[in-house]
Design a binder for this molecule. Structure first.
Ligand code: UD1
Length: 416
């Protein structure tokens, strides 16, 4: 198993290009199932989840021609309308094939995702929505089996805001008969990126980016070309790393307009943040100030940035409170941060952090994708060496992270 060995105490300095967004790339790749023509995607990030999605689509019969930072997908003919358990359990986003398959082929078999490190994460909203659109759904042998002659439009109000739920139903509705209205929809920028790709494919969608999305179903979609948006979570992760190490970095190919909340929090820590076009520069002099964080659906503070800010708060000046409102078990990194000397107490969904002068390097274990990123940040500020184990979590969603951090001056290497 691979680990990262990190020597702490080096400031980050320099420029780093932000990759395409994982959470936009995955649903957009699934959108290729909706048409018989080529869908060409640029700015696809090179990471495990994207590779897993390519394999899943190929197993179904999608032809994939990979290029540098891009790929062309062709789903003219499929021979298997199934997402098997071994793929869905490693990548929950595989559920995103469900809507497109039922909408275009009238059938899908998708494994239930089961539990995962950050909570039970059910998919009931995806299922209920498709049922409202006329799909027959049976759960058998751990699989969701959905069938429909043709889906029809429906008025769907989500009980809870779900990002992939919104995306799955938006894709299904694009080929349904009639008008679908999604209320209490997710407003995440990745939903907007998917909608833009679908519109380029001929879909009729209004309101993406608001909590009410209207989709007028069309007979068929066609091929298109789309550039995947920049990853706002990768952007935030590098900026927090620079703030924690007292560095100065510039992100290129980034988007500040979708990072408002994160940039505001970084300014609160005492960092200077400047935006010029697609470049974001952060400079931190001295020790950061602790900041309180409360996660909530976009445009509020993202749950995917909670662990990284927690790492920063552990060495910040003052105390802070971090409240996680999206997932019930997303404090797995706390025990590991405590191994580095962090002072954190948890009560329910709230963590109380007492910032300390320094952390001390130790062996720690990554438990999920963003928790891994927080351990890497903590390792970069800790004294001595930190060994982060189980970094396959990190490789799922960050493109060449140790190469990018090394280029910025971090002392980080991969060991087997
Ligand atoms: C997506 C992101 C993930 C991010 C999360 C929240 C992708 C591929 N992943 O995950 O990185 O952390 O949004 O911003 O885009 N829920 C239900 N029933 C459902 C669906 C969700 O109860 O059918 C609950 C979940 O358990 C969770 C909450 O709703 O508590 C939000 O989850 P959701 O937005 O669906 O997360 P994902 O789309 O899986």
């Amino acid at each position: 198993m691979q680990k990262l060995a990190i020597q702490g105490g080096f400031r980050l300095n320099g420029e780093v290009r932000i990759s395409g967004a994982k959470n936009a790339a995955l649903p957009i790749m699934c959108a290729s199932l909706l048409a018989a023509d080529d869908l060409h995607l640029d700015n696809l990030p090179d990471m495990h989840d994207v590779k897993t999605m390519v394999r899943l689509l190929q197993q179904m019969g999608v032809r994939v021609a990979e290029q540098v930072q891009g790929a062309t997908f062709n789903a003219a003919q499929l021979d298997k309308l199934e997402a098997p358990y071994d793929m869905v359990k490693t990548m929950r986003a595989a559920i995103l094939v469900l809507g497109p398959l039922v909408a275009r082929f009238g059938e899908a078999r998708v494994s239930l995702p089961g539990g995962c490190a950050i909570g039970s994460r059910p998919v009931d909203l995806h299922i209920k929505g498709l049922q409202a659109m006329g799909a027959e759904i049976h759960i058998e042998h751990g699989y969701i089996h959905a069938t429909a002659k043709r889906l029809h439009g429906a008025h769907i109000c989500f009980d809870l805001i779900s990002v992939t739920g919104t995306e799955n139903l938006m894709m299904a509705a694009a080929l349904a008969d009639g008008v679908t209205v999604l209320e209490n929809a997710a407003r995440e920028p990745e939903v907007v990126d998917l909608a833009n790709c679908l519109i380029a494919m001929g879909a009729k969608i209004e309101g993406a980016g608001t909590d009410k999305i209207t989709i007028i179903g069309v007979e068929k979609l066609h091929g298109a070309q789309h550039r995947v948006m920049p990853d706002r979570i990768e952007s935030g992760t590098f900026l927090v790393a620079a703030a924690a190490t007292g560095g100065r970095i510039t992100l290129t190919d980034a988007r500040a307009d979708i990072l408002d909340n994160v940039l505001d929090k970084l300014r609160e820590t005492g960092a200077r943040v400047e935006v010029a076009g697609d470049r974001i520069t952060l400079e931190m002099n001295g020790r950061p100030r602790a900041v309180n964080v409360r996660t909530a659906p976009y445009p509020a503070f993202p749950t995917d940035m909670q662990a990284q800010f927690m790492a920063l708060n552990t060495i910040a000046e003052g105390g802070s409170i971090v409240v996680e409102t999206i997932f019930e078990n997303r404090f797995m990194h706390v025990q590991e941060l405590q191994r580095l000397g962090a002072q954190i107490e948890i009560e329910g969904n709230t963590a109380v952090i007492n910032g300390c002068e320094h952390l001390e390097g130790a062996s720690v274990m990554a438990t999920d994708l963003r928790a891994s990123a927080s351990l890497v940040i903590a390792g970069m500020v800790a004294q001595g060496e930190t060994m982060v184990d189980r970094i396959y979590h990190l490789d799922r969603g960050y493109e060449h992270i140790e190469a990018k951090l090394s280029a910025l001056g971090a002392k980080i290497r991969r060991v087997s």
